[in-house]
Ligand binder design. Structure first.
Ligand code: ZN
Length: 442
């Protein structure tokens, strides 16, 4: 055989070997994702212990330092540490929640905790495949690849796997972010979950709306159902509902006209109405009740003037002049603990942002214009502390099926996400901000 042909054959064999090695790696990464998805961590009875065991086994393979913290008994938070060469630099925290929302299994085409792959479409079907076991395992898979490449971060990278996000996070990221433990980590930047995007670009979030769960009560003199008089509880409540309805319509119009995005308007929705005097079969029909109430789910963008909205509620929606009162069942502050809007800057004032944006680009991805997350995530707890936090899930070309039936993530999209995170973690791990700018490779 001529030398040229022999070299060609050798080259070809090498190529085949590299391709099959990377295919093996990809398959193993998919299998680990499936294993994580198969642990049933659905609320209200998540198997947190099994999830913690799984994460600890991964950490062991990667030789990451690990710790299980039970801020609340039965709700373990797993904290992993990849120590940086210079521990005095601000650290990065990669956060993900381990719980998922419940399923109506009979409405799924695939069993929601089997993590089966549809052979035709290569979609991995499971609860948590988008929200957000994908992200948790992608962080780990990205680190696995960086470790294999011999990469060592300059700054420390922490990974927190937190419980309870799907039921508000107070006993998960809430207690963690307010703990002495967290303060001692020296975290300077946080990554958390985002939302899938239908298009080619990834969605990215730098703030979120604060839930204000409000109950408005009206009271008034009770009276005979046949009597006409002013200021009954029902009449006063209905007046308020008209005012609230007009406000809601104005916000909806902004949304419909495309003037504002979902995260930029104040949403107000009635979630309960309570009035009337019950009987075993219905309600008393000849009695005007002395009390009536409405429950509202209000979502407030971080750009809104909190005081002005409070005045609006007090003066227009629940005025004492109409015998009305209001109370918050839950009210997440719009501003951070320093009184500033809880938004992470996405301009040159935030060096972390530039690092993130470039790292995604370098891995062949593109970010959309940063948005305000329309609902809530754990990121709010970190923004509350004044920390920069970005919500990002590397899922493009995929419909958003969070909390929906048949939640899935495509195999290729999952694997691409690992590359994206490897690029992000490498960038965040090897640069540091100086005077608001990023110094090049250390
Ligand atoms: Zn989530």
């Amino acid at each position: 055989m001529a030398i040229g042909i022999r070299l060609y054959c050798l080259g070809f064999l090498l190529f085949v070997a590299v391709v099959s090695a990377s295919l093996r790696e990809d398959n193993a990464a998919v299998e680990r994702f499936q294993k994580y998805l198969q642990i049933n961590t659905a609320q209200p009875t998540p198997d947190y212990a099994a999830a913690a065991d799984f994460i600890l086994s991964q950490a062991g393979e990667l030789k990451l330092e690990s710790e299980t913290i039970n801020f609340v008994p039965g709700k373990p938070l797993v904290l992993l540490k990849w120590p940086g060469k210079d521990e005095s630099l601000p650290a990065v925290l990669l956060n993900s929640h381990t719980d998922v929302v419940p399923v109506e299994a009979h409405k799924w085409g695939f069993s929601p905790f089997a993590a089966s792959i549809d052979p035709e479409t290569e979609r991995i079907y499971a609860r948590g495949s988008q929200d957000m076991k994908s992200v948790g395992i992608q962080y780990l898979e990205a680190i696995r690849r960086l470790v294999a490449d011999g990469f060592k971060p300059e700054r420390t990278i922490y990974l927190s796997f937190v419980p309870d996000e799907e039921i508000g996070g107070a006993e998960g990221a809430g207690v963690f972010s307010n703990s002495e433990k967290f303060r001692n980590l020296g975290v300077g930047f946080v990554l958390d979950e985002g939302l899938p995007s239908d298009g080619q670009n990834y969605r990215v979030f730098h703030g979120e709306r604060s839930p204000w769960w409000t109950v408005i009560k009206a009271s008034g003199a009770p009276g005979h159902g046949a009597k006409l008089y002013d200021n009954s509880a029902m009449e006063n409540l209905v007046k308020s509902l008209e005012v609230i309805g007009r406000f809601r319509a104005s916000q909806l119009n902004l949304l419909k006209a495309g003037e504002k995005a979902e995260g930029e308007v104040i949403s107000v929705n009635m979630v309960h109405l309570k009035a009337g005097t019950p009987t075993p079969t219905g309600f008393v029909m000849n009695l005007q009740p002395s009390e009536a109430e409405v429950g509202l789910d209000i979502r407030v963008p971080p750009t809104v003037d909190e005081e002005a909205l409070l005045r609006r509620i007090a003066e227009e929606w629940a005025p004492s002049s109409r015998n009305m009162t209001f109370q918050f069942k839950s009210k997440v502050p719009v501003n951070d603990m320093y009184g500033k809007p809880a938004i992470t800057p996405v301009d040159s004032s935030n060096p972390w942002w530039a690092l993130l944006e470039n790292a995604v680009k370098e891995a062949g991805g593109e970010l959309s214009k940063p948005e305000i997350f329309p609902a809530s995530t754990d990121a709010r707890y970190f923004r509350q502390l004044g920390l920069p936090a970005i919500g990002f899930s590397p899922i493009a070309n995929t419909p958003s099926l969070l909390h929906d039936h048949n939640e899935y993530l495509g195999r290729a999209e999952y694997l691409k996400g690992i590359k994206i995170y490897a690029s992000i973690i490498r960038a965040l791990g090897s640069h540091f901000p100086v005077d608001g700018r990023i110094k090049d490779e250390l």
